[in-house]
Design a protein around this ligand. Sequence first.
Ligand SMILES: [Zn+2]
Length: 331
Amino acid sequence: MRFLEHTLSHPVHAKPQSLVLSNGVSVTLIDTGLLRISPPEPANQRVLISCGIHGNETAPMEIVDHLFQEIQSGKLAVVSDVLFIIGNPPAANRAERFIDENLNRLFSGKHETSTTAEAKRASLIEQVTRTFFSGQPTRRLHYDLHTAIRGSKLDKFAVYPYLHQRKWSLTQLAFLESCGIEGVLFSNQPSGTYSYFTSNEFGAHSFTLELGKVRKFGDNDLSNFSAVFDGLKRLISGNESFQEMPRTIQTFSVVEEVIKRTEAFQLHIDDNAENFTEFCQGTLLASDVGYEYRTHCDGERFVFPISNVPCGQRAMLVVAPTSIPFTHTER
Ligand SMILES: [Zn+2]
């Protein structure tokens, strides 16, 4: 079975099916885009790798497809329990971010107040994730793979979901660094993202990974993703021990979450400006009725600006460099 091809040709629903590979690895298609892979011996590590939560972000779907091909051919040994998710197949078929609404705002039960296709999908993904992370594994891991609409000063970066009282993991940051991730942004509040859901509800080490710029299927140069591909293979084959400490990864904290309040909302950012572009103090970045955001100090940067969101939703994050606060970390 070609996972990506099968998913795109069954965008809404696929008949469940299971098979056992010649090396004893079992593969179960739960529904379309939801593929569980279990090693012959019981695993103590669960690895969730999701992609295509935004339908136009093709490179991550191709990465996951390649990982599954290597598993299927027996080239990649499976020691961890693995769940692959392709998030929004109908949107992927249209090469669009979503059909009705942004799937990555609907987790942690936020789908309950909506009846869109994305809301139903979020509910199903939550249910499958809950089953996957149940029991007492020694480690739960989730990497939600994305690509960004804009170019970025940091080609690859991670968003670390808000952890409440839990501590940031330094060995996870070192692992991300080994995957070619140049920076990490520490979230400062709960959200409707998939990675916040798995982090908060199951205590997983969870990250949203931004791996470069959005391109069409077939236009991705997968050699740009070799470090992350190798890192994910180490997780699946049980060869990642999470022993290293981070050395070069840049760290950022959120200074302001800019919300679009009215239709008068405007971003004062050049269309071609890249994520993590630095600004001097006092630069106007966004305005709305009775609201202006001007940078408070030199070195502030913006991430994920998008002005055509519905009113009440986030239009941009303003971030600033921060040092890793070691009192809030663990190995
Ligand atoms: Zn995305």
